[in-house]
Design a protein around this ligand. Sequence first.
Ligand code: ATP
Ligand code: MG
Length: 206
Amino acid sequence: MKIGIMGGTFDPVHIGHLLLGEFAYEDFGLDEVWFLPNGNPPHKETADTETALDHRIEMIRKAIEGVPYFRLNLYEADASRHSYTYQTMQAFNHMYPEHEFFFILGADSLFSIEQWRYFREIFPTCTILAAMRDDKDADEMRRQIRYLSDAYGARIRLLQAPLLEISSTAIRDRASRNLGVRYMVPDPVAEYIKNNHLYKDKTDRS
Ligand code: ATP
Ligand code: MG
């Protein structure tokens, strides 16, 4: 099967993530998209606790409920250790030799990937599907794709999804100011954030 991997902190999952998964699924004929929450992201200084991880996982569950080809994968969901993408993708290739993997990411990740631990090891494990985000236009994306392909033999395709100026940071910021986040996240996720009083008094979590 062709499996899309949507890795992230998902703090919280939002419609930007879901739309990327959906377009990758449709446009690249994937069989499944696995949402892979990172337990303890090496590149982010968050006040992560087991509880916070549980909340992030529960919100993904709610967001993808009823979509048979969206799956939650808990391989990296361990708050006590750092997970590195190259290790996870090597493990997935080893565990599922019958699958072909497509790693889905946004422009910010595509432009910072050379800072990831052993990033060169990622490229043989998957095809990267890269979506535009923020101020990166299609020309800049194509230049970066060409550069990474030439320099490292990376296989990268442009994922053309609608540009959504939405981030978990902006959602946390709104929630911390008692503003609603409806339509930025699926309704059950907005309710979950409200009912669990998430992101209150946590203004500096980016
Ligand atoms: P934060 O603001 O906390 O960094 P985020 O919205 O960037 O959260 P992440 O969990 O960091 O979400 O992102 C996971 C992946 O999804 C990354 O590769 C990121 O580039 C991509 N992504 C997230 N939101 C968007 C978006 N609106 N458009 C395109 N890609 C996105
Ligand atoms: Mg991010």
